[in-house]
Each structure stands twice: as C-alpha cells, then as structure tokens.
Design a binder for this molecule. Structure first.
Ligand SMILES: [Zn+2]
Length: 272
C-alpha cells in the first residue's frame, strides 16, 4: 500500500511528500510508534514513495520499483532485524553486514536500509552505526524503527530526523474498555487477586500484553494532562510513577521477560 493509507498521520505524510518532491530526503530517520503500529510496513511505504517514478512522494504500488519493495526483492534495500533466542537485540555484526551492503553500488538511485527494533541495538552496534550516519554515501537512506528512542545514543538521535507515528485510533481502540476497567480497578485499589483475574481475562499473548501497555500508557498520559477526570483522584507523582512503571514493563517485554510475569509485576508495583 502507498503512503495514502496512513490517514491518521496525514500531516506527517504531507511533510514526507514535500521532502521527496523537493529533493530534500534526509539520509537517516528514526520512526517511532507503539508496538501495535506496523512500523516496518510504514518504512516500506516511505521508501516506495522515495523511489517511485509514477507517483513520487506517495508511491503507486504498481511500478517495478514499488512492487520490488513490496515483494521483498529490491536488491538496494537491506533490512536488519533483532536476533537472539532469549534476548532479542540488533548486534554489532548485523550492523557490520549492513555497512558492507551499503558500500555496494545500488542498481537503482539509492541504497536503502531499515533497522527494525533499532532501540534494541547494543552499544557497540550503535557506535558502529554512528560511523555510517556520520559519512553516508550520497543517496543512502537509513530508517531506524523504534518503540522507545530513549534507548538510542544521543549522537545517533542527533543525526536522524525523527517522526512519531500515531498509527491511528483504529489500532489502539479495540481493547480500550478492558484497559479502562483495569485502570479503574487500580485507582480504586482493588486487590492484586482481582487485578490478576482481570488480566488473565484479556491478556492471552505477548501481543495482547503490548496492547495492554500501550492502552495503559495512553490513559496515564491523559491522566497527567488532566484530559481524564480520574486524574483528580490521583497524586501527580503517582501518575508519573505509573508511566515509568509501564515503560519499564514494556522494556521487560522487549527483553523477552514472560508477559504474565511482567504484567503482574507491574500491577503489584502500581497498585502497591
Ligand atoms: Zn511506484
């Protein structure tokens, strides 16, 4: 699909389209979004828009260049993913292979790379990547996908253009009632046993756990901004602490901690 389909990020898409049309595409981007947002799909749509000859700035889904990217057989595009059995991370040698690839002369106009889960890059991997970000070959575009860019070195962040994807309400809304009920129960000081029961009713997989955390974080941020009347029932510092604990639980999930354990731990800490 072309960039047109990312309707809830219309303003961002307009900026991207303008940058492509005026020839001011940067060599490095950080694209951040919640776990439920398909950031890799977005990155591919972005790169299609960069390379498309039929509809530059948007992507047409039809031309050879768009189709190659869609079908995963664009030889100028290199995708790096987190690896590892227990703890998934993007390691130094993966970035090394990426660099070797970016040295090749592209068949088309550009060399392109997508680093998925870039926020799991080891420190060594980040330092290695830094060299590429400092002196990229002309035309290179590197996209870092992340859920939490705070895990990236400042020197990396400062060399990338940052975009935050909202991903739209349609992906975040389906579990909102369950998340709301859970937050109500937390505010009302329900017992840990009760909270555990509620969790086991709606969280049956790691993906559910991520969605639950995304939903909770959204609610807690609204509590902080006084956009949610329940905020009056809580002390500001408790809400702050809640946001921190939710982020901690998300980090645990990314590090492959058992999702049941991570969420129960969160309930214990927030509730207690
Ligand atoms: Zn096209």
């Amino acid at each position: 699909m072309s960039l047109d389909k990312w309707k809830s990020d219309e303003k961002l898409i307009a900026r991207i389209t303008r940058a492509i049309e005026t020839g001011s595409v940067s060599h490095a981007y950080i694209i951040e979004g919640d776990n439920c947002v398909d950031k890799e799909a977005f990155a591919l749509d972005f790169l299609k828009a960069v390379c498309c000859e039929e509809r530059p700035g948007r992507g047409c889904d039809m031309c050879l260049s768009c189709r190659r990217i869609d079908h995963g057989n664009c030889e100028d595009l290199y995708i790096v993913r987190a690896e590892g059995a227990a703890t998934k991370s993007v390691k130094d040698d993966a970035v090394f292979r990426l660099q070797e690839n970016l040295k090749k002369k592209p068949a088309g106009p550009r060399n392109m790379a997508v680093i998925c889960n870039a926020d799991t890059m080891t420190r060594r991997a980040q330092n290695r990547l830094l060299k590429t970000l400092e002196e990229p070959n002309p035309g290179t575009v590197i996209i870092l996908l992340s859920e939490n860019r705070e895990n990236l070195l400042d020197t990396i962040k400062s060399r990338c253009i940052f975009y935050r994807l909202s991903g739209g309400e349609e992906t975040g809304g389906e579990n909102l009632k369950e998340v709301n009920d859970l937050v109500d129960a937390l505010i009302e000081g329900e017992s840990f046993f009760q909270l555990k029961e509620m969790l086991s009713g709606c969280v049956k997989s790691r993906e559910d756990a991520f969605r639950m955390l995304d939903g909770m974080e959204r609610i807690y941020r609204n509590l902080l901004l006084n956009k949610d009347p329940r905020g009056k029932l809580l002390k500001k510092e408790d809400v702050f602490r809640g946001v921190e604990l939710i982020e901690e639980a998300r980090r645990d999930l990314i590090m492959n901690v058992n999702y049941n354990y991570a969420l129960k731990n969160l309930m214990l800490k927030i509730g207690g």
